[in-house]
Structures are given as C-alpha cells and as structure tokens.
Write a protein that binds this ligand. Sequence first.
Ligand code: XMP
Length: 500
Amino acid sequence: MLLPGDVTLDRITELNPKAVILSGGPNSVHVKDAPQMPAGLVDWCTSKGVPLLGICYGMQLLVQALGGKVEQAEKSEYGRMAIRTTAASLLYEAVDEHVQQVWMSHGDEAKTLPKGFETVATSEQGAIVAIENRQQKIFGLQYHPEVQHSEKGMETLKHFLFSVAGISQDWKIENVLEEEMEKIRLQVGPEDHVICALSGGVDSTVAATLVHKVLGDRLHCVFVDNGLLRYKEGERVMETFEKHLHLPVTKVDDAERMLARLKGKKDPEAKRKAIGAEFIEVFKDFAAKLKAERGLNVKYLVQGTLYPDVIESCPPPGSNQKHSHTIKSHHNVGGLPKDLQFKLIEPLRELFKDEVRALGRLPALNVPEAFIKRHPFPGPGLAVRVLGDVTEGNALEVLRQVDEVFIQALREKGLYDKIWQAFAVFLPIKSVGVQGDQRTHSHVVALRAVTSADGMTADWYQFEPQFLQYVSTKICNEVRSVNRVVYDITSKPPGTIEWE
Ligand code: XMP
C-alpha cells in the first residue's frame, strides 16, 4: 500500500505492514519543513521485527534521524553509476556481483552513519550508497533499486520483501482486472453514460476496452484530432480502431480551436495547461451532443491515466502529496480544471506502462499487439516536441515530416520494437549549412530514442553510427528546410524523455 509522506504512525500500525519502505523525494533533509517519517516509526518497526528500507531521501532521513550525518555531496550523482559492495550484507545476499550498475539521483549523501550501521556498498565516486543494521533489519540505499536501469535493483527489492520480510508473492495482473471491473460496476449507475478519449496509444485503448467490457454500449469513445498529431496519424489510428477494435469511435476535428489556444504560448507548463483545458472543452461538447441528439446522460469520463502521470504532475488538485514537486503537468492530471463536470474513471491510475501492456494482453481484454507495441505518444502530442510557440512558421509540418522519416527508418531497420520511445524534436533555432553548394540558414532537429520499462527513468538508445548516418542524411535530403540533425544522449534523470 502506498501512503503519503505525512501519514501518521497510527495509520501505519493499523495496517500492520510486514515491511516498510521510505521512498525517495526531491527535498534535502536540511530544508525547513522537509518531510519526516512519523515519530516512533523506527521503534515500532524494530520492536515488531518489521524490516525497514529507506531509498534515496528515505535513507538520508533514516541516517539523520538515528544520529548520523547527511551533507551536500561534493559531486552530485545523476543517472548511471557503478557501485561496489564492500562488506557481506543481508540485503545483497541474492546478488552475486560485487560491482553493479545503478541509477542515481541525489545531491546530498550520508557522511557519518548512526550507531549499529555499516556501509555495505560505495559508488565509484566514493559515496556511501548502501547501509544496513543487520540486527535491527534497517537498510538504506542511496540509489533507486526500483528502476529498470538499476541492474540488480529488482532482485534486491524482491529479496528484501520476500526473503528478509517473508512476504508472499501473490500480486497478479488478473486480480487488477477483476478489481477494476468491479469498481466500475459499483460506481456507474444503470442509466449513466460514459465517454472516453481514445488516442490510439496503449493506455487509452486498454482503459476503454476494460470499461467497454463492463458497460458495453453505454461507453462512447471519441478520437480528437487536435492539430498536434503526427504524420497521417488521424487516418492511421481510425483505420486501426475500425479493423481491430470493436469500440464505437467518433472522430472530432479540433485542430483550429486547439492551435488558437496555443498561439503565442511559449512556456511548457502554460502550453500543457491550455491543452488539458481544451481537451475538456471537447469532451463537454461531445457529451452535450450525446444529450441533444440521443438524450443520453454522460456522467463519467474515462482516462488512461497511469501512475507516472500522477507522480510527475503532483500535487494534482485535491492531492495530499504535498512533498512531491511538479515535474510536468500531464494533460490528463495537472491540466484538469477545478470544476470538471465529469466524474473520472481511471482504471490504470495505479499501474505502470509495462503492467498496462500485461493487462491489455490478458485473454479477457485481448487488445491487439498493434496497440500494445506502439511507442507511447503524449496527450499534448507534438506541442511538447516543438519547443516554444507551436504555431510559429511551419514548425509542426517540418516536425511531422522529420518524425515520419525517423520512425520509418527504425521500422525498416528492425529497431522499432527494441526501443521504448523514439521521436524528433523541433528546435527554435536555425543553423548555417551548405546544401547543393549553397549556403543555407535552416532548421535544426533533435532525435531522441530511449529504453525504459515505465517512463520513470530512461537511457538513450545506443544506435550503430551507421544508422545515425543513414537517418540524418535521409532527413536532410527529404525535408528541405532542415540542414542539421543532432542526437540526444541524455538519460532520465537528469533529462526527461520529452523536451517540454
Ligand atoms: P517525461 O517527459 O516526463 O515522460 O519523461 C514520461 C512519459 O510520459 C509521456 N508523457 C505524457 N503522456 N500526457 C501523456 O499522456 C502528458 O501530458 C505527458 N507528458 C509526458 C512521455 O511521452 C513519456 O512516455
């Protein structure tokens, strides 16, 4: 169970957990009002023999609270880092390697450990990155074991939960399906109708298929062409819906209104908020049309919101997660107006993308692989890939062409399915080039391709140089107004996947 940082000890003891994990967070333990653990948590855990693990900020909190010292690191550690085990350890019992690659994201670090603790691993820069008090079963990891790019992270977490804490491994995706379907059965009254915005991506498709299974023709899907779609995306997606999915889908053309709303907006958050608000206007219009033409009462809006959308948009309206920072307002969370006329149905809200894919593949939903394997495409579409004002010049059109060349090249060379997400970004600058013996002053585009499991962390994809050479030549030859192509070699963190 996931609890907010300001949860009380009473609430925790009421749940009687078999293990407690203190998560990471953006704060420093030294800032005023930095989140604390509930008073008495460590004593409760040790008196009950409940193992306690602090991750990143969680480890720093344990170190500070138990009498050690946390200070600003001389060198911050963001992204990939090798660590070395330096002592025998209960937490690493299941890990054979002495050296492992992990994913870091911290500016502070532990300098002196509390009594009873020992260092069991250090980073290649010398930081203390794993500590334990074996007797009291208290552990700390400075890196993020929960992310895919920490090679042995999952093994370490499983060992903590299933061996050290003795928890049984019985979470199943089938149970999620049953639970979510039951929630919808209980929530939606027999006369209520529901709308869902399908984007053609895996999340909204799985969410709609699940809701359709419960509500049948009381679900009405809408596909919005907001002028921010990729090359021929509207036609391609509608065709795939018709061929493979048996959901009723209405296409709405909202390009003019959306682009008018975005005109002159340069700030990424302002753009995201405007897009979220326009989406809601389209849904309201769609619901009004269903009422006027067929007398249907639309009460609910289905969204394919995932857990990472919620985390990165925190704190969303009404949330009590006051210790998270807003990384970006995902259009379906942080962009929602306060007076939303619909109640939300979000069956995927606690899941990560890989879990949504597993859910969609269950025989009961049987979502076609064509949807399951599509790279994620954000709701705000190309608006977060044209930096600055999307309506300036022919930026959207240039980006569409470049993106299409890139994606087709990935398919042609058999690389599409090896990559989690790939796309092009239109930069608001021009550079000098020479094309056909003439000086050009033209657009610069960036290509981004990443590997990830859930979008929370990512690493740049290491193409063969020949592929990059092939694709950059193809782009400059086929898209006349581009004379320079760069490749983004930033991991997440410190970058995010999208540029805005
Ligand atoms: P970032 O850029 O935050 O993206 O590293 C993580 C994943 O989320 C996608 N993304 C979004 N998806 N609405 C969405 O539906 C949004 O507003 C949004 N912003 C980012 C992004 O494409 C990546 O897969």
